[in-house]
Design a protein around this ligand. Structure first.
Ligand SMILES: Nc1nc2c(c(=O)[nH]1)N[C@H]1C(S)=C(S)[C@@H](COP(=O)(O)OP(=O)(O)OC[C@H]3O[C@@H](n4cnc5c(=O)[nH]c(N)nc54)[C@H](O)[C@@H]3O)O[C@H]1N2
Ligand SMILES: Nc1nc2c(c(=O)[nH]1)N[C@H]1C(S)=C(S)[C@@H](COP(=O)(O)OP(=O)(O)OC[C@H]3O[C@@H](n4cnc5c(=O)[nH]c(N)nc54)[C@H](O)[C@@H]3O)O[C@H]1N2
Ligand code: SF4
Ligand SMILES: [Mo]
Length: 909
């Protein structure tokens, strides 16, 4: 097979869909048409269309996978053909809504360019310009090739010789991929793409007891967003958020957005604040300054009783002082005696005291003094946000928080703080992201909004069990005793996850290229990108074989040519996808996964509900993911595919036992360990173990969803009056600093430790300094509601919307900036870096972008794959401008990656 992508227009498809409803069938694909050429499907010709009958056929409940949110949907199937997809109103996951991406899923199922048969490369030369010479092979040969190459590499060079890659396009599949490689081959390496979460998840964990948090939308009156389009275009639980957020907006919620680009959030906001990229910490710290120093709009009770603000800090060492006997942090009591936090009856939030001959201030006093630098005037030249705007927002936020008020939720009296500060990937895709996320989200602590009604709450910090009386799947944050701080549960599977234990008790010796042990407060193994390129520098072993599952690693990081070199250097690359994306130009063997509508998966959201926003109105929901049509060419699901690999390697028992442990399957319900994994039977095991014997998979297939109300103590973590504080003064960072420095010195590897501080700061990241005035533009990318990462533009419905959007495939520039540069709407331009790397596109002027920036959707579009003819060359891939293999761009605390670079705009004649 050569680059013979088949084109299909939306009009052609719709005609074809009518035809399929008549049983003619479209999904066979049209062989041999030229790359990128749009054409009407042959089958459509001469077919008479019938009216759509919603009562015909069946409506089958299942799960959407057109983005990572996995909303509950219903598929309308007539004569074995999917004719419509809608939301499932019975499920809180999506609340009955389907978004445009989800509705377009039908185009993915029947896309003639989707690959459904395994293939191997016949041209050994790899490159974007090389035709891989794909040749169809049997599944037997495909599995053997994977097994042979993975095994050989590990036998040759050990468990680090293979790296698995995967991410959001199939979250649970990624978990299974990771588990399978580990169990079957003892593989240790792996990387992922989610540069979105580095920094933010950690702060969310520390503040809310779980790694995802959100404004308590249904009760909130003021949402302040930094670098996110949550609830207007993006993020976790999108369809669960849109409606309550919009409802509150109608009822007076004020929405303020800091973003260099006016995306979906900025458009809908009451106030859009264009900010210079990479400067959020300065703005947030200035808001904190106003709250603390000018307005006194802070929640003293919360800071005293629910943060570690009263901790006594030795002014010489800057370390918290711990009681020698109990090992607990000392607080100053009202009687003038320093006591362990848990026996101190009236802690002093502020002050400087002498304790055992040491001068000590409280953590909050140090925080307050630290803020003195960050006046609104100080931040103005950094962020470009007027000081008066900062003052206005700080005052509004503090006043909206209703400090001191309480409310009742289901009979429980709780603090009412209907204001929340939220952030996501615009803040994290920078150096010093840990500090930025920390500075921004700490505003919630100052106003007492953290874990309060209407404030900033974790998605699912506590679960008493998915079903009444069955606590098998249950979790709650522990307590880190030395400081009385809440610990947290992991994102997907909700097992205990203590950063404090990692900092204080773990061995810091890195064991993989991700260097995670050297970053005890990191969740992301992105250092693999750097270590794979520089194994000598980090004393790591570069991987020789890569297995890419449901991802596009050529595109997810930085410069494509650099990434291509890395991929060329792998001895063997396995790809598991539905399409031949640009990464496939470097694959040796390709194993297709069937479409989400053709497969069954046990638990779309795992346990920890990474995609479900929680809150009182959203019950614990266990949705079904079942196939609604037979898989084309019998292509397997990832569970089946990895189960097959496990079975062939004689590792069934280990694989299933590991999955049982992950999903808390009770012994009596386990599927047989000596047989190949049966996915439906495994789903049955999970449900029976975690709900009950009546709610098995057969029940779920029919009903679509099982749910069980969330109780007030599961939503607001202190509703039962449980103890627990959140950190304000990050003493553990200073502990980590010492240990990281010692380990890096011992190993003789370069490692930045300056960001290990006890209080957050703003520091300039990449692209902040203007080294050459010609290079004055900072490109940014954003996500809209209709696209998903790097592949949805291949979908004809989506492509049509992008084509019609004046800012769809263009480069958005501020009209004033364009004019000053002698440029106009429609001009073709080049964005060039100081190193001479460039990308091209057409300008579209607007008022909705910061004067120093240009904005594009996606940032990794402009597909280079001839096998994705609709997507090919559309959009502007600004991420190609970023050098991806230099440690200078890495935040060494949390593995965030800085994607900011200055460019010159050049008009192309
Ligand atoms: N529709 C849709 N939804 C999705 C996804 C999808 O692909 N499509 N993907 C999912 C995934 S994996 C993720 S990570 C989330 C992403 O969810 P979000 O983080 O909400 O998505 P983005 O639009 O990338 O938001 C980043 C915003 O930050 C802005 N920005 C860039 N630099 C800066 C900066 O320095 N400061 C500030 N304040 N803003 C900045 C950008 O202009 C952009 O508007 O969405 C998830 N949901
Ligand atoms: N420029 C730029 N870079 C980014 C981002 C950005 O917005 N812009 N976002 C960053 C973030 S936050 C993230 S999370 C990553 C995302 O990066 P990736 O996880 O690599 O996501 P995609 O680029 O969408 O690639 C997903 C691939 O999965 C395939 N796929 C879709 N559904 C399935 C399925 O059911 N099974 C299988 N096997 N394959 C499937 C698609 O065909 C596609 O090739 O990128 C990061 N990098
Ligand atoms: S938000 Fe994502 S999962 Fe939900 S309907 Fe849209 S594409 Fe599907
Ligand atoms: Mo992401």
């Amino acid at each position: 097979m050569s680059g013979d992508g088949k084109g299909i227009s939306r009009r052609g498809f719709v005609a074809g869909a009518g035809a399929t409803a008549l049983g003619v069938g479209l999904a066979g694909g049209v062989a041999g048409c030229a790359p990128g050429k749009e054409q009407e499907p042959e089958q459509a010709a001469g077919v008479e269309k019938t009216a759509y009958d919603p009562n015909a056929g069946e409506w089958i409940p299942t799960t959407c996978n057109m983005c990572f949110n996995n909303c509950s949907i219903k598929a309308h199937v007539i004569d074995g053909v999917v004719v419509e997809l809608t939301g499932n109103p019975e499920s809180s996951i999506g609340r009955g809504h389907i978004c445009g991406k989800g509705a377009a899923g039908i185009m993915q199922l029947y896309d003639p360019n989707r690959i459904t048969k395994p293939m191997k490369r016949t041209n050994p030369k790899k490159g974007f310009d090389e035709d891989p010479g794909w040749e169809e092979i049997s599944w037997d040969e495909a599995y053997n090739l994977v097994d042979e190459h993975v095994k050989a590499a590990i036998e040759r060079s050990g468990p680090h010789a293979v790296t698995g890659m995967s991410m959001v396009a199939s979250q649970i599949g990624s978990l299974v991929r990771h588990t399978a490689l580990g169990v079957i081959y003892g593989n240790a390496e792996g990387s992922c793409s989610d540069i979105c979460g580095a920094g933010i998840h950690q702060i969310e964990y520390l503040l809310t007891g779980t790694g995802n948090a959100r404004p308590d939308y249904t009760n909130c009156n003021y949402v302040l967003q930094f670098g996110t389009n949550a609830g207007t275009a993006t993020r976790h639980g999108f369809n669960m958020t849109v409606e309550p957020f919009a409802e509150r907006r109608k009822n007076g919620l004020r929405h303020v957005v800091f973003d260099p680009h006016m995306g979906a959030a900025g458009e809908k906001a009451d106030l859009w604040v264009p900010i210079r990229p990479g400067t959020d910490a300065a703005a947030a710290l200035a808001i904190a300054y106003v709250l603390v120093h000018e307005e006194s709009l802070i929640d003293v009770e919360f800071l005293t009783n629910r943060t570690n603000g009263p901790s006594l800090v030795d002014l010489e060492t800057k370390r918290i002082v711990f009681d020698e006997k109990t090992g607990h942090a000392l607080y100053m009591d009202s009687d003038g005696a320093a006591k362990p936090y848990d026996t101190c009856s009236a802690p002093q939030l502020e002050g400087t005291f002498e304790v055992d001959g040491k001068q000590c201030s409280t953590g909050f006093t140090l925080y307050k003094e630290h803020l003195e630098t960050y006046t609104p005037e100080y931040q103005e030249p950094i962020t470009t946000v007027p000081a008066a705007t900062i003052r206005q927002i700080a005052k509004e936020l503090g006043e909206a928080a209703c400090i001191g008020q309480t409310t009742e939720v289901e009979g429980v009296k709780l603090p009412y703080r209907p204001a929340a500060v939220d952030a996501f990937s615009g803040v994290t895709r920078h150096k010093h992201a840990f500090h930025s996320c920390w500075a921004v989200l700490s505003l919630n602590n100052l106003i007492g909004a953290t874990n309060s009604v209407g404030g900033f709450c974790g998605f699912d910090p506590i679960c008493n069990g998915w079903a009444d009386g069955n606590p098998n799947m249950a979790w709650r944050p522990g307590i880190w005793e030395p400081e009385g701080l809440i610990d947290c549960a992991g994102l997907l599977l909700a097992f205990p996850n203590s950063y404090y234990k990692k900092v204080y008790e773990s061995d810091y010796t890195p064991t993989t290229m991700g260097m995670m042990e050297l970053q005890p407060i990191s969740e992301d193994n992105h250092f693999e990108h750097i270590a794979q390129a520089h194994p000598d520098l980090y004393h790591t072993q570069a991987a020789e074989v890569a297995l890419c599952y449901a991802c596009n690693p050529l595109k997810w990081w930085g410069n494509y040519d650099e990434q291509a070199e890395i991929f060329k250097n792998y001895e063997y690359v396995v790809g598991i996808d539905m399409f031949l994306n640009e990464s496939s130009y470097f694959y040796d063997v390709f194993l297709p996964e069937c479409c989400y509508l053709e497969r069954t998966e046990p638990l779309p959201h795992a346990a920890g509900n990474h995609r479900v926003i929680g809150g009182m109105g959203n019950p614990w929901t266990v949705p079904v993911w079942q196939k609604v049509v037979e898989p084309k060419d019998d292509a397997p699901s990832s569970w089946q595919l990895f189960g097959e690999l496990a079975s062939r390697a004689g590792k069934n028992a280990e694989f299933i036992a590991t999955l049982n442990g992950m999903f808390r399957v009770k012994e009596e319900y386990s599927v047989p360990l000596d047989q190949k994994l049966d996915v439906e039977a495994f789903a049955d095991s999970i449900l029976k173990s975690n709900i009950d014997a009546d709610h098995d998979f057969a029940w779920l297939k029919e009903h679509g969803v099982y749910d069980h109300p969330r109780t007030v103590d599961e939503v607001y973590i202190w509703a039962n009056g449980d103890p627990g504080r959140v950190p304000l003064y990050f003493d553990f960072m200073l502990e980590a600093k010492e240990k990281v420095e010692a380990k890096a010195a011992e190993l003789g590897i370069p490692w930045e430790t300056d960001d290990y501080q006890a209080l957050p700061d703003w520091k300039p990241g990449c692209g902040y300094e203007v080294a050459d005035p010609d290079f004055d533009i900072l490109p940014v990318y954003y996500t809209d509601a209709i696209n998903t990462d790097s592949w949805l533009m291949e979908n004809p419905f989506i492509n049509e919307i992008n084509e019609e959007n004046p800012y769809g495939y263009t480069i958005e520039i501020n009209a004033t900036t364009a004019q000053a540069k002698g440029l106009a709407n429609g001009d073709k331009v080049k964005l060039v870096t100081a190193d001479g790397v460039s990308v091209e596109g057409v300008l579209a002027t607007s008022e909705g972008v910061h004067a120093e920036c240009v904005g594009v959707i996606g940032g990794h579009w402009g597909s280079k794959s001839a096998y994705m003819p609709i997507a090919k060359d559309k959009g502007v891939p600004i991420v190609h401008l970023i050098p991806g293999q230099t440690p200078d761009r890495m935040d060494h605390v949390c593995s965030a990656f800085d994607q900011c670079i200055r460019v010159k705009l050049e008009k192309i004649a």
